[in-house]
Design a protein around this ligand. Structure first.
Ligand SMILES: CC(C)(COP(=O)(O)OP(=O)(O)OC[C@H]1O[C@@H](n2cnc3c(N)ncnc32)[C@H](O)[C@@H]1OP(=O)(O)O)[C@@H](O)C(=O)NCCC(=O)NCCS
Length: 296
C-alpha cells in the first residue's frame, strides 16, 4: 500500500442520489461528489456485499447532513505485462504500471439532533422499529437512517431544516447521556476487507476527532438561522451547543475497536438489532476548547 491520505466531505446536497442503484450507476445529472461516491463504494463492499444489508437501506437521509471521511491508498496496477521475443528471449516490451488511488475506508459524523435512543430489544429493519416502541435511532453501519428529517434536507442549510424537524433534549437518560445534551454520532465505519488490521479505521477516527475538536461549533444552530420557535426552545432555555459528546451505535462484534479509541459501552442503552445485527450504544467525550467569540 502506498502513502494513504484522507479526504473530508462536508454536508452536501444529495437530493438526486438514487438509493436503489449502486454508486457507479448514479445518473450523471445527480452531480454526486466523488468523495461521497467513494464512501458508498466502500459501504457497498462492506455492508451490502459482505454483511448482506440490502442496497436500498445503505444510503439514508443522514448522509446529506453528515461529514464524511474517506481514506485512500495508492495501489499499483499492471497495465501491460513484460513481453519477450520468443526466439531470443530479449525483452521487447517492459512491464507498465499505473498508480491509482482507491477508497479503502470510510466513516461519517452525523450532527445532532437525533431520534430517541433505540429501545432495549428493539428490532430495526430499514430504519423502522418493528416492535413498535418509538422512532428509529439506529445508525452505525447498516440500514437505519437515524434521521426523522425530510429528504430535502441536503445542504448545510438543509441540515438546519432537518435539525428543526427533530427535537433536541427530549431523550431517555442513559449511563452516559442525560437525555438532553446534544451529541454527534459516528457511523458507517467500514474498511475494505483486504485493508483491515492496519489501523485504517483508527486513522479515520483520528481525522474526524481532530476536525471535531477544531470545529466544535460547526453543527451548532444559530437562533438567526432557526428561530427560537423552530428549535423548540423557549426564551429561557439554552440554545443547543455541542460540548464534545460523541455516540456510536456499535455492532457488538467490533466493540473492542471503539473501546481502543476511548468509547465506553452505555449499559443502560441495552441491545437492539439492525438488519439482524446486534448493536450496543457507546459514548465518549472529545476535548472541545471554547472558541473565542467573534467581535465585530
Ligand atoms: C470494524 C472495522 C471498521 C475495523 O477496521 P480496521 O481498520 O481493520 O481496525 P483495526 O486495524 O484496528 O483492526 C481491528 C481488528 O480486526 C483484526 N483484523 C486484522 N485483520 C483482519 C482482517 N483481515 N479482517 C478482519 N479483521 C481483521 C485486527 O487484528 C484487530 O483486532 P485485534 O486488535 O483484536 O487483533 C473493520 O473490521 C470493518 O470494516 N468491519 C466490517 C464493518 C463493520 O463491522 N463496521 C463497524 C460497524 S459498527
Amino acid at each position: 500500500m502506498g502513502t494513504p491520505f484522507i479526504s473530508l466531505l462536508e454536508p452536501t446536497r444529495l437530493a438526486d442520489y438514487d438509493r436503489l442503484k449502486p454508486h457507479d450507476q448514479q445518473p450523471e445529472c445527480a452531480h454526486i461528489p466523488k468523495v461521497f461516491c467513494d464512501a458508498m463504494e466502500v459501504r457497498e463492499a462492506v455492508f451490502v456485499r459482505e454483511q448482506g444489508v440490502p442496497l436500498e437501506y445503505e444510503h439514508d437521509s443522514d448522509d446529506a447532513r453528515s461529514c464524511h471521511w474517506v481514506m485512500y491508498a495508492s495501489v499499483n496496477r499492471t497495465t501491460q505485462q513484460q513481453q519477450h521475443d520468443p526466439a531470443t528471449g530479449q525483452v521487447t516490451q517492459r512491464k507498465q504500471t499505473e498508480t491509482d488511488s482507491v477508497p479503502i475506508g470510510t466513516m461519517r459524523v452525523v450532527p445532532f439532533p437525533h431520534p430517541p435512543h433505540p429501545p432495549h430489544g428493539g428490532v430495526y429493519v430499514d430504519n423502522e422499529l418493528q416492535n413498535g416502541r418509538g422512532a428509529s435511532g439506529g445508525d452505525s453501519n447498516s440500514s437505519s437512517d437515524g434521521s426523522a428529517g425530510s429528504e430535502d434536507a441536503k445542504t448545510k442549510d438543509g441540515f438546519h431544516e432537518q435539525q428543526a424537524a427533530l427535537q433536541v433534549g427530549q431523550d431517555q437518560e442513559t449511563t452516559y447521556h442525560d437525555g438532553k445534551e446534544p451529541y454527534v454520532k459516528i457511523g458507517r465505519v467500514a474498511v475494505v476487507k483486504d485493508f483491515r488490521g492496519h489501523n485504517v479505521s483508527a486513522q479515520l477516527w483520528r481525522a474526524a476527532r481532530t476536525w471535531l475538536e477544531q470545529n466544535p461549533s460547526y453543527f451548532n444552530p444559530s437562533v438567526r438561522e432557526l428561530g427560537l420557535d423552530q428549535v423548540g426552545i423557549s426564551g429561557t432555555d439554552e440554545i443547543p451547543e455541542w460540548k464534545g459528546l460523541v455516540c456510536c451505535h456499535a455492532q457488538e462484534q467490533v466493540v473492542k475497536v471503539y473501546e481502543r479509541w476511548g468509547f465506553k459501552v452505555d449499559e443502560k442503552m441495552g441491545k437492539w438489532t439492525e438488519e439482524g445485527i446486534p448493536h450496543v450504544g457507546m459514548f465518549m467525550r472529545v476535548d472541545v476548547k471554547k472558541e473565542k467569540p467573534i467581535i465585530i
